[in-house]
Design a protein around this ligand. Structure first.
Ligand SMILES: Cc1cc2nc3c(=O)[nH]c(=O)nc-3n(C[C@H](O)[C@H](O)[C@H](O)COP(=O)(O)OP(=O)(O)OC[C@H]3O[C@@H](n4cnc5c(N)ncnc54)[C@H](O)[C@@H]3O)c2cc1C
Length: 172
């Protein structure tokens, strides 16, 4: 699905961070085609020397889409949980709660941010230890996975995935 932002001139512009790469690329191709045929366009930055690819999901040096943003953010969040203390101070607990609260208001994909805010209300963050936080985050991520049709991750493997590396030694 394509979502739109409105720019400072009041024109509608596809919201890249709310849109998966293929949909975005398809949309941008038709914009470029319309431009080349002399049609009107909302995006003056689409230029012939910046072709868009439907094959790759990440283009170095280009703005990110919803999926790349999401993947990068999960990397950050799960790694934060993996290195979170086993016995955090009250300040550390408060900091991580504040961080997620702010993330739910500032995450640059509107629908994702709203969804995160609702999830935080439904199942408030558990930050008593690294294990608690990692498991809570795993459940949160799984709720998103289910909503968007992705398989659920086995939360018993969260430390292998995000802290220790796989038991088969493939990360050594
Ligand atoms: C807070 C947040 C909210 C989001 N909300 C939406 C939304 O509402 N709609 C939408 O379309 N997209 C949303 N996204 C993006 C979406 O979750 C994915 O990041 C995106 O679809 C790319 O998926 P991916 O296949 O790269 O794997 P990702 O889901 O990004 O996962 C990255 C890696 O994490 C590991 N992993 C997967 N699940 C778990 C888990 N439960 N616990 C631990 N590790 C796990 C896997 O190894 C996986 O390769 C959101 C992202 C974030 C960070």
């Amino acid at each position: 699905m394509m979502n739109f932002d409105t720019n400072s001139n009041g024109e509608k512009k596809p919201c890249r961070t709310c849109t998966d790469f293929k949909t975005w690329a398809k949309q941008q191709k038709s914009v470029y085609r319309a431009k080349s045929e002399g049609g009107d366009s909302y995006d003056s930055q689409v230029t012939p020397n910046k072709p868009l690819s439907e094959t790759g999901r990440f283009k170095h040096g280009c703005p990110v889409d919803k999926d790349v943003l999401g993947h990068s953010t999960w990397n950050l969040l799960h790694t934060m949980a993996a290195v979170y203390p086993d016995k955090p101070t009250e300040t550390q607990k408060q900091d991580v709660k504040t961080f997620f609260g702010i993330l739910s208001r500032t995450y640059p994909c509107d629908v994702c941010a709203k969804d995160l805010a609702n999830e935080l209300k439904e199942e408030p963050i558990v930050a008593n230890s690294s294990e608690d936080l990692s498991q809570w985050l795993c459940r949160l991520h799984n709720k998103v996975n289910v909503k968007i049709g992705k398989p659920e991750f086995d939360c018993s493997k969260v430390n292998e995935r995000w802290r220790d590396g796989w038991l088969d030694g493939s990360c050594d």
